[in-house]
Each structure stands twice: as C-alpha cells, then as structure tokens.
Design a protein around this ligand. Sequence first.
Ligand SMILES: Nc1ncnc2c1ncn2[C@@H]1O[C@H](COP(=O)(O)OP(=O)(O)OP(=O)(O)O)[C@@H](O)[C@H]1O
Ligand SMILES: Cc1cn([C@H]2C[C@H](O)[C@@H](COP(=O)(O)O)O2)c(=O)[nH]c1=O
Length: 203
Amino acid sequence: MRGRFITFEGIDGAGKSTHHTWMVEYLRAKGHDVVSTREPGGTPLGEKLRGLLLSESMDLETEAMLMFAARREHIVKVIEPALATGQWVVSDRFTDASFAYQGGGRGLAKTKLQQLEIWVQEDLQPNLTFLFDLDVATATKRLQGTGQSADRFEQEKADFFERVRQAYLDRAKEFPLRFRVIDASLSIAETHKLLENIILSDC
Ligand SMILES: Nc1ncnc2c1ncn2[C@@H]1O[C@H](COP(=O)(O)OP(=O)(O)OP(=O)(O)O)[C@@H](O)[C@H]1O
Ligand SMILES: Cc1cn([C@H]2C[C@H](O)[C@@H](COP(=O)(O)O)O2)c(=O)[nH]c1=O
C-alpha cells in the first residue's frame, strides 16, 4: 500500500519544526515506517541549494526556480520512492511554502508558481497539510528566543510575514480537504493533543 505524505507549514517561528519532530516520533511509536525530511533540502543536492537559498541574495525568479529544482530532486530521490514502498513521508515544508513566500511574500505571479508546480510535481500532492497559524509579533518573539542568527528569510520585516501568513491562509481556503489550520498560539502540549486527534481521525 502506498504511504502517506504529510507536510508542515507556517511562517518562521510558528513552531512547525517543533511539531514536525514530535509527529515523526509519534508516528514511529505507532509502528509506521516514517521518512522525516524538509524543504528546501532533503537530499544532498537539496541541502546544498538550501545553503545558497538561505544565505545568498538572488533574483526572485532564480529563488523560485531553485526552490523547485531542490523539490524535484527531493521528489524523485526521496519522496516518491518512499511512498511507493509504503513509507510515510513527513516533510517540514513543501510547495505551499513557495506560494506563501515567493508568491505572497515576494509577489511572484501565481501563474508562474502553478506552472512550476505542474512541471515539478506532476500529480503529487500531500495527503494532509498542517498549517500553523500565528500572529507575526508572537512568531518573531519566539524566533528571537531561540538565540540563533536569522537567515535571509528570517531577516525580512513584519509586513513580509503578514503577506506570507495571508497567502498560507488563502491556500488553506483553496484546498480545504487537504489543509488543517492549527492555532499555533496554543501550548506545545495542547497542540500535540490536537495533532494526535487529527491523525487518529484522518489516517
Ligand atoms: N506552542 C508553542 N508555544 C511556545 N513556544 C513554542 C511553541 N512552539 C514552538 N515554540 C518555540 O518557538 C521557537 C521556534 O519554534 P520552531 O523552530 O519549531 O519554529 P518554526 O516555525 O519551525 O521556525 P522556522 O521555520 O524558522 O524553523 C522554539 O524555541 C520553540 O521551542
Ligand atoms: C520550501 C520553501 C521554503 N522557503 C523558506 C521558508 C523558510 O524561511 C526557509 C526554510 O527554513 P525553515 O526555517 O527550515 O523552514 O525557506 C521558501 O521561501 N520557499 C519554499 O518553497
């Protein structure tokens, strides 16, 4: 049986990596064979592209195409082979991030993103996407609390993240069957309970 493909999305600092890590452990404890991965990244080439994307200044269309180039490598080398053998793939970000960041945040035309999506993904879509929705001020405070230096995206201003947040919410409205919007202001323990209930009823 084909595995399930679950993605985690949200603005930087919303908590998706925290919950992604928890979900991978939760599913493994339930006996699933889980591939834990992330974007940009997930393959040796994808991780090299991630290094460039998170640090080098570049043209917006170059940025979008590099995100999708890393994604193509990820799909062909990791995601599809895993799903085909019944493994579950749990990814910290996927294509919704391109619509939110390059589309909403930076203003790249949606039609261009849609063309890249069809080219790179063919018929592949996640079975389930968790969107961690949080106000920008709280997300920024959480990021500052980690004490880590900010990458090229995290250095963007609040209005950029307001647009990214709105683009994610628009995307969730467009694909209501796939998305579950999570109030990311809940405590970590409350969120995990919520995720557990969703997984038990959906999968
Ligand atoms: N529900 C929560 N309540 C309070 N703090 C939280 C919550 N979820 C995560 N955090 C904390 O917020 C910080 C950022 O969390 P995390 O790295 O998971 O965010 P993220 O959305 O993955 O960010 P990025 O996309 O930049 O990696 C961490 O210190 C984490 O412990
Ligand atoms: C997949 C993808 C990612 N991004 C941005 C969003 C984040 O700021 C970084 C990845 O870092 P994270 O903290 O590990 O989530 O990349 C993007 O702009 N477009 C994309 O398609």
